[in-house]
Ligand binder design. Structure first.
Ligand code: ADP
Ligand code: MG
Length: 206
């Protein structure tokens, strides 16, 4: 059956680890699934994502960021997500539209209604059935990725990451039936188990 699941949260919460773990579990059970990520997931999105994350000594305004993330997203929805959902797959995305509301809306301070309207245009209104929020104190998440080369977002001040975290919690609180908030300071195994409990429920409901 088709099901759209997204992973959200700040840096180092374990989105990539858990999205992959879920994909592996579905594959082992022979449930057709597809794993993708933002920004990227298509050849064009990958190019945009590289600019958005890694461009140096070049200003990108918050509004430009909003448009470019949504350009990548529009392509991903049209080229990958919609066709695979139509094909009956479980589609898992490591980040999606809520990242833009959290980062460009709450983090950068763009008008939230404008951000939501722009996201809605890019996604053609497609919303996940389940969004997993891997919530972790900012310092703890950043400490987990200490060794990595930092992209434009990971280099932001603590206050920025704090606004992003609070933004996510606000979004989850506004739509509790769509979001599963997980305390991401637990072990990887424990978190996988909590996520699987919810996903298997959704799958058995058909
Ligand atoms: N529950 C966890 N406990 C401890 N370390 C974790 C946990 N989940 C992820 N990590 C580690 O933290 C780092 C960031 O994980 P990652 O999945 O890349 O986070 P994100 O994609 O949310 O930025 C990786 O080194 C990963 O192995
Ligand atoms: Mg990641």
């Amino acid at each position: 059956m088709s099901l759209f699941i997204t992973f959200e949260g700040g840096e180092g919460g374990g989105k990539s680890v858990q999205a992959k773990a879920l994909y592996r579990r579905l594959s082992q059970l022979a449930i057709p699934a597809l794993l993708t990520h933002e920004p990227g997931g298509t050849p064009f999105g990958k190019k945009l994502g590289r600019w958005l994350k890694w461009v140096k000594e070049t200003d990108i305004s918050p509004l430009t960021e909003l448009m470019l993330f949504n350009a990548s997203r529009a392509q991903l929805v049209a080229e990958i997500i919609q066709p695979n959902l139509k094909g009956g797959k479980v589609v898992i995305s490591d980040r999606y539209a809520d990242s833009t509301t959290a980062y460009q809306g709450y983090g950068r301070g763009l008008d939230l209604e404008m951000v939501k309207a722009t996201n809605n245009a890019a996604t053609q209104g497609l919303k996940p059935a389940l969004t997993v929020l891997l919530d972790i104190p900012v310092e703890k998440g950043l400490a987990r990725i200490k060794g990595r080369e930092k992209d434009r977002f990971e280099q932001e001040a603590l206050a920025f990451h704090q606004r992003v975290r609070e933004g996510y919690l606000k979004l989850a609180g506004d739509e509790p039936e769509r979001w599963l908030i997980v305390d991401a300071s637990q072990s990887k195994e424990k978190i996988s188990q909590i996520i699987w409990q919810r996903v298997s429920q959704l799958l058995s409901r058909g």
